[in-house]
Design a protein around this ligand. Sequence first.
Ligand code: GDP
Length: 511
Amino acid sequence: RQIIANEDSSKLVNRPPVVTILGHVDHGKTTLLDAIRHSEVAAGEAGGITQHIGAYQVEHKGKLITFLDTPGHAAFTAMRARGAQGADIVILVVAANDGIMPQTREAIAHARAARVPIIVALNKIDRPDANPDFVKKQLADLDLVPDEWDGNTMVVPVSAKQKTGIEDLLEAILLVSESMDIKANPSSNQIIGTVIEAELDHGKGVMATLLVQNGSLEVGDVILAGKAVGKLRAMFDFHGKKIRKAGPSSPVQVMGLSDVPEAGELFQVYSSEKEARLIAEERKAQVQQKSINAPKASLESLFNRIQAGETKELRLIIKADVQGSLEPITTALNEIEKGDVNINVLYSETGDIGENDVNLASASKAIIVGFNVQADSNAKRLAEVEGVSIRLYEIIYRLTEDVEKALKGMLEPEFKEVQIGKAEVLAVFKISKLGNIAGCRVTQNEIRRNGKIRVIRNGEKVFEGDISSLKHEKDDVKEVRQGFDCGISLKGFESFAKGDILECFTLERSG
Ligand code: GDP
């Protein structure tokens, strides 16, 4: 929709809705896509055998619907990561015998972040263990209240395997799309679209599937898709039939590109091949530059974007060790003074941070917040490449403090906290010249003279600051190891209590 922002509104006409199917593994996405594809054959359409090119169209009641037919969330995520609106409508497949699963939540988060409406296909309704009412309740709990319960989510029972309910699903898609503004200008000279998939075929060269989103693409056009350029030599529809021209929402396979573009990349038609090549060269140079210093989606930079009016939303993905941690985190976030900025938690769930989380964060320009969890090594690597910020916390107030600071625009350069060790206060001594000294035992790792100390009482921070002296017996020391006793005094804090936990840490500039 953003693509047509500068089109003359009188030239805009309805185009077919582009639909993507998301859901948990094994809930029936592939089977459903097959069933829908064959519904066209059943309706007596020409063609029959379709080529698999990553997208296809079906006709229902004289209206076309375009389906993205790519495995998993790959295409949708890739498109969104590059700022393209991947689809107009998301079909969320939920198996009626299995209910909401982790990838179901992830799919909902994707759709919401992209502000794309969701239609639920309640699949496997034929199974004896199907429990549609239970799943509807689960959906309602996630704010997808079924329309039959006076909500505004269409929930369509289907059996992809027995091919039942497919017409109802197509009907629901048309109904939802009619309530939206799904338009384009087929005669525009701004001919734009997205790469759905592409590969190198040894006989034919680069074969790319494109989704035309505005204007009409023609054989002979010069296109630039990411870093790939080319004059289109031939074009095919999803039946494999040669065509010369394709309008908005049409998936087409094209030949003639110089390189293999990446899925999700935008393409555009250029009148001058020379200009297109020049831009491609520039992009190639830029990409090398960018991979050297990928921008960090830090809280700081997000705040800048919020201030610049680019977004009024701080998007977070929250991962925590146990379910019990999630609620207090959400509550604490709700209590923050936010002004007119919206904190949008795309999803919160238990478990370590994985590649999926990073992919989603990258596509949604969100920050990942971990609470007593870790990021696995693949996730870390991907986050580095994608410039996604992962922030790990052990205490809730540290998290809310950071978010608060970010919203106030006073976040200091990002520092990474490195844990050094912990000590417990066993007794408090009053020393005339020095004031109160905490008599401690080091309970974890070590305490370092040049580290910072956070004083925790009953799980809450009461102070954070620098050490003014660290003694073992009577000697000033640089460090004291686990199991040994020490005396600690702090700059600006004296009111130690027996049982206080002193956390020692250092701050290192990250990145
Ligand atoms: P995907 O991983 O979401 O693409 O799921 P698949 O389409 O591969 O389906 C997973 C399994 O569920 C396969 O064994 C399908 O045959 C089965 N399945 C899919 N839809 C239905 C259905 O409506 N009813 C039943 N009983 N099984 C189904």
